[in-house]
Design a protein around this ligand. Structure first.
Ligand SMILES: Cc1ncc(COP(=O)(O)O)c(C=O)c1O
Length: 488
C-alpha cells in the first residue's frame, strides 16, 4: 500500500479547498460561531478542522471510504488483519474488546492488575471475572504481569472461560509473556485480548518489546495518544485470526461509541501511521539512545535507583521492559514519589507521570530530545539536593500481596448496581465494596465492586491519601468513608 497517503488529512484538505458550507453540526461552523476568547486559546485551526465525519469529511454514504482507507493503511503498517479507529480512548476500546469475547454471566480470565476501564466493562456486561494474580515483586512492592502458567491453571479450573485479557506493557513498562499466554489460550480455542494502551509505538522498532499481534494475540487495544503522536482519546483496535469476528467487534464498539467521532482525532491517528512508516525506525533509534543516556545519568544521582531489566525482568517477574518508561525508586531519599512529583512540578515546571509511594516515572517518547532530557535531569538532581525538604514523608502502609488480593464474592455488576450505603472506613472491613477504589495514575483498582474489603487495603488507601495518593473515582476521594453493598 502507498503509505505516503493520509486519507483523513487529504480529505480534510479537500474539504477546505472545495469551500464546503455546512448546515450540519458542529454548530460553531468552522469556528465562525466560537467565542473569540476560546478561539484565541485553542487556535482557529482546531475549529476549522473540527468537521463532521459524515456529510462533512466524507459524503452522506461515506462513498469516499476515507476512514476505511485510513484504517486499512494502519492495519497494513503494523501487519494486523483489521484495524479500527476509536475516538473515545482505550477506555472505550477495551470495553468493546471485552464485550466481543464474553457476555453476561460468562467467564473471562483477567489479570488482576487491570486498568479501571476493564472493570467498568465487566460491570456493564455482567461478566464474571476469573482473576489471575499478577507476579508480586515483594522487594520492590510492585506487581508484574501474570505468568502464562497462571492462565493455564485458570483454564484448567474454568474450561468454560470465554477467553483472557492481559495488560502489557503495564504503565511501568513491564511486559507479559504474551507469546506463551496466547499459546495457552489458543490451546483452549479461546482468544486473548491485550490491553496494549501503553504500546502504540511497539510495532515500529525491533528493539522495543514485541507487540501483541506479533506475539499471537487475537485482539489488542492501543492508546495512540499515550506513547505516540495521537491526540488525547485517539485509540486503535487491531484484530487478527478467526476467534473474534470483526463484525461482532464492530457491533460491540457501536454499542458504546459516539455517533460524532472527532475528525481531529482521526486525522492525528492517520498522520501517526504515516509518520511511523516513514520515520518510525529513525525516531525510535534516537528515543532509545536518549532513554539509555537518561537512565545512566539519572542512575548517577544520589539516592536514586533507576529500574532496568535487571530489577524488573526474569523468572517470576516481567518478560520484557519498555526502556522509554523510566521508573525511578526514590525511597532512599526518605520520601515518596508523590512528594517528588509535586516538588518538581512546583519548582521546575516538570511534570512526571505515574507516581506512587516510592517511585516516579518519567515517560520518554520520540518527541523528547537533549533539551527536555536536560530539564528532567536538572529537576531530579535538584530533588536529590533538596531531599531533606521532602522529609519526613508520611508512610504508606503497604499490604502483603495476600492481603491486597481481595476475594470477589459478588459479580462486579451486581455490587455496582445493587443497594449500597456509605460507611466510615473503619467499618468497611469485611463488607463488599460497591465501588472502585483506584489510586490514579496508574488507575489499577485496589478494590472493585463485589470484592470483600479487608482492613489492610483500607489502611493502605487511607495512609496513601494522607501521603498524597489520589483516589478520584471513590464516592469519598478521601476514603474516610466507603460505598459498600447492603447485604440482606
Ligand atoms: C493499562 C491501561 N489501559 C487502558 C487505559 C485507558 O486508556 P485511555 O486513557 O486511552 O482511555 C489506560 C489509561 O491510563 C491504561 O493505563
Amino acid at each position: 500500500m502507498d503509505h505516503s497517503h493520509a486519507p483523513v488529512l487529504e480529505a480534510l484538505a479537500a474539504y477546505h479547498d472545495s469551500g464546503q458550507t455546512p448546515f450540519t453540526p458542529p454548530g460553531h461552523k468552522q469556528g465562525r460561531g466560537a467565542d473569540p476568547r476560546v478561539r484565541d486559546t485553542l487556535g482557529a485551526d482546531v475549529f476549522r478542522t473540527d468537521v463532521l465525519a459524515i456529510s462533512g469529511l466524507d459524503d452522506r454514504a461515506s462513498s469516499g471510504g476515507v476512514l476505511a482507507r485510513a484504517q486499512a493503511l494502519m492495519a497494513d503498517a503494523v501487519g494486523a488483519e483489521h484495524t479500527f479507529f476509536s475516538t473515545c480512548g482505550s477506555s472505550l476500546s477495551i470495553k468493546a474488546a471485552i464485550l466481543s469475547v464474553a457476555g453476561p454471566h460468562e467467564k473471562l480470565l483477567v489479570g488482576r492488575d487491570v486498568h479501571k476501564s476493564v472493570v467498568s466493562g465487566l460491570v456493564l456486561a455482567g461478566i464474571r471475572p476469573i482473576w489471575i494474580d499478577p507476579q508480586w515483586d515483594t522487594t520492590h512492592h510492585l506487581a508484574h504481569p501474570p505468568a502464562a502458567e497462571a492462565f493455564a491453571a485458570a483454564f484448567a479450573e474454568h474450561p468454560d472461560a470465554r477467553g483472557a485479557l492481559v495488560t502489557s506493557p503495564t504503565p511501568y513498562g513491564t511486559c507479559a509473556d504474551l507469546t506463551e499466554i496466547a499459546r495457552v489460550c489458543h490451546d483452549h480455542g479461546r482468544p486473548v485480548v491485550v490491553d496494549e494502551a501503553w504500546g502504540a509505538h511497539l510495532p515500529f522498532h525491533p528493539r522495543l518489546p514485541t507487540w501483541a499481534m506479533d506475539s499471537g494475540a487475537d485482539l489488542c487495544v492501543t492508546s495512540v495518544h499515550k506513547m505516540g503522536s495521537g491526540l488525547e482519546q485517539g485509540s486503535v483496535f487491531h484484530l487478527q485470526g478467526e476467534l473474534i469476528d470483526p463484525t461482532v467487534l464492530k457491533a460491540r464498539e457501536d454499542l458504546l461509541g459516539t455517533t460524532s467521532p472527532s475528525v481531529l482525532v482521526y486525522a492525528a491517528l492517520d498522520g501517526w501511521r504515516r509518520q511511523m512508516v516513514e520515520h518510525g525506525r529513525a525516531l525510535f533509534d534516537d528515543a532509545l539512545a536518549l532513554a539509555a543516556s537518561v537512565r545512566s545519568r539519572l542512575g548517577a544521582i544520589d539516592g536514586l535507583r533507576v529500574h532496568g531489566r535487571e530489577d524488573f525482568c526474569g523468572p517470576g517477574r516481567a518478560t520484557d521492559l519498555d526502556p522509554l518508561q523510566v521508573v525511578v525508586d526514590v525511597s532512599a531519599l526518605g520520601t515518596t514519589g508523590y512528594r517528588v512529583t509535586d516538588w518538581v512540578r512546583r519548582h521546575h515546571q516538570v511534570n512526571l507521570h505515574l507516581t506512587d509511594h516510592r517511585r516516579i516515572n518519567a515517560q520518554l517518547t520520540h518527541a523528547d530530545d537533549e533539551d527536555t532530557a536536560g530539564r528532567l535531569l536538572a529537576a531530579i538532581e535538584d530533588v536529590s539536593a533538596h531531599a531533606e525538604d521532602l522529609r519526613p514523608a508520611p508512610a504508606v502502609e503497604i499490604p502483603s500481596p495476600a492481603a491486597l488480593r481481595l476475594e470477589q464474592v459478588m459479580l462486579p455488576r451486581d455490587a455496582h448496581f445493587g443497594r449500597a450505603e456509605q460507611v466510615p472506613w473503619r467499618e468497611a472491613a469485611g463488607r463488599i465494596s460497591a465501588e472502585m477504589l483506584t489510586p490514579y495514575p496508574p488507575g489499577i483498582p485496589a478494590a472493585l465492586p463485589g470484592e470483600r474489603l479487608d482492613s489492610e487495603v483500607l489502611r493502605y488507601l487511607r495512609s496513601g491519601v494522607a501521603a498524597g495518593m489520589v483516589v478520584p473515582d471513590a464516592a469519598d476521594p478521601e476514603v474516610a468513608s466507603v460505598r459498600v453493598a447492603v447485604e440482606d
